[in-house]
Design a binder for this molecule. Structure first.
Ligand SMILES: NC(=O)c1ccc[n+]([C@@H]2O[C@H](COP(=O)([O-])OP(=O)(O)OC[C@H]3O[C@@H](n4cnc5c(N)ncnc54)[C@H](O)[C@@H]3O)[C@@H](O)[C@H]2O)c1
Length: 359
């Protein structure tokens, strides 16, 4: 296993200029904060379309407590990025002229593509938009890099564990043949194929990251990790389909960010193409996730439900390659990472209650 100290990476990133497309979201703003901590010039481009303040103010308005809490998560992202000196540009990456102007002005050396409808459930409701946010934005970036910008030594995309489809065994690694199902997983897989094509045909340095089931402070995704703690705090049951035996490779955001930073700093430059699973590397059951909540909020109600027929079958994403090549070291098992996130959530929920005068 490679031993590469994390503190040595700032030196390797010296002089790089990193553009985060879709960077005001959950992963992007955390990455921006870490890159700035390492003194890397960082620009976030986002059209603030998904999980945005505007959506929150308009659609979250029927429950003032929830809307207030979510709004504070989103405002914190901007305040923190600003404090850390990340640049923010409001632009739509579907428009080549707009994103082209950003390339021209910022002159990135590395581009991380994060724009998407980042939920498979939401993507299914709007397949056309899913296609455009994932693939039109990526097309523009790839073309800008190919035609205009020889300075760019690496384009990285956030793919997804969903490219593997239903797992046949407990664990998949990067050599497992992808069998994506549904529009979200298929646009992710197409994005991967496009990246490899630009690598083979145009010598573009590329990296594909496959994350899974993220959670962490300031996330506003309404995925199971957020719904469970929020339901516990509002007296709603935590629903355990099939007794909660479904398994996911839950990953705390700090582990993903560590892996991404390693993959940015240790990339071999133009011509290099890499694919990494970056997860905690040990799938846990939904019942175990609920157990962490119950431990912190003893009055939590657990309710069993029959398993939905088309529920995806998932498991562990092996992170051996990332360990070997990048020295990746996941540090946050569920009991530590999810507990920390839940404690933060409880504190923020209480604060939001005080702010609207509810006890
Ligand atoms: N969160 C997870 O568990 C997870 C797991 C696997 C993969 N991913 C992938 O990682 C990426 C980031 O995920 P996230 O959780 O940060 O999602 P997010 O929804 O919080 O962030 C996505 C950001 O992209 C922006 N965006 C969308 N369309 C855009 C456009 N046309 N121009 C500019 N910006 C645009 C959105 O406004 C949003 O801020 C996504 O591609 C997602 O599919 C996420």
């Amino acid at each position: 296993m490679a031993s590469i100290s994390y503190s040595s990476l700032a030196k390797k990133l010296k002089g790089e200029r990193v553009l985060l497309v879709g960077g005001a979201g959950f992963i992007g703003h955390n990455l921006a904060l870490e890159l700035r901590r390492m003194s890397v010039e960082t620009m976030v481009v986002d059209n603030l379309m998904v999980n945005s303040l505007i959506e929150n103010v308009y659609d979250g308005g029927d429950d003032p407590l929830r809307a207030g809490a979510y709004q504070s998560f989103l405002l914190d992202r901007f305040a923190l990025m600003r404090e850390q000196g990340a640049l923010l540009h409001n632009a739509d990456a579907r428009l080549e002229n707009d994103i082209g102007t950003v390339f021209h002005d910022f002159e990135p050396t590395k581009v991380v593509h994060l724009a998407a409808i980042s939920s498979a459930v939401e993507a299914r409701k709007n397949p056309g938009l899913c296609f455009d946010l994932q693939l039109l934005t990526l097309r523009n970036i790839l073309e800008l890099c190919r035609r205009k910008d020889e300075r760019v030594n690496q384009v990285m995309i956030m793919s997804s564990s969903t490219v593997y489809g239903d797992f046949e065994g407990d664990t998949v690694d990067e050599n497992t043949r992808p069998r994506p199902r549904g529009i979200y997983a298929n646009t992710k897989y197409m994005a991967e194929r496009l990246l490899r094509t630009y690598n083979h045909q145009h010598g573009l340095g590329t990296t594909i990251i496959r994350p899974s089931a993220l959670y962490g402070e300031r996330c506003r995704s309404r995925r199971v990790s957020q719904i469970f703690i929020e339901n516990a705090l509002t007296g709603k049951p935590l629903l355990l389909e099939g007794g909660g035996d479904g398994r996911l490779d839950f990953t705390y955001i700090d582990d993903l960010i560590q892996g991404i930073v390693r993959a940015l700093a240790l990339h071999g430059g133009p011509e290099t193409s890499q694919t990494f699973n970056i997860t905690f590397g040990n799938a846990r059951t939904i019942a175990e996730l609920a157990g962490v909540v119950k431990d912190l909020v003893p009055e939590t109600i657990l309710e069993e439900r029959p398993r939905a027929e088309d529920k995806p079958i998932r498991g562990t994403l092996s992170v051996e390659r990332a360990k070997q090549v990048l020295g990746f070291e996941p540090n946050w098992p569920l009991e530590k990472g999810y507990r920390k996130y839940c404690e933060w959530y409880i504190e923020r929920w209480e604060r939001a209650k005080r702010e609207i005068g509810r006890n």
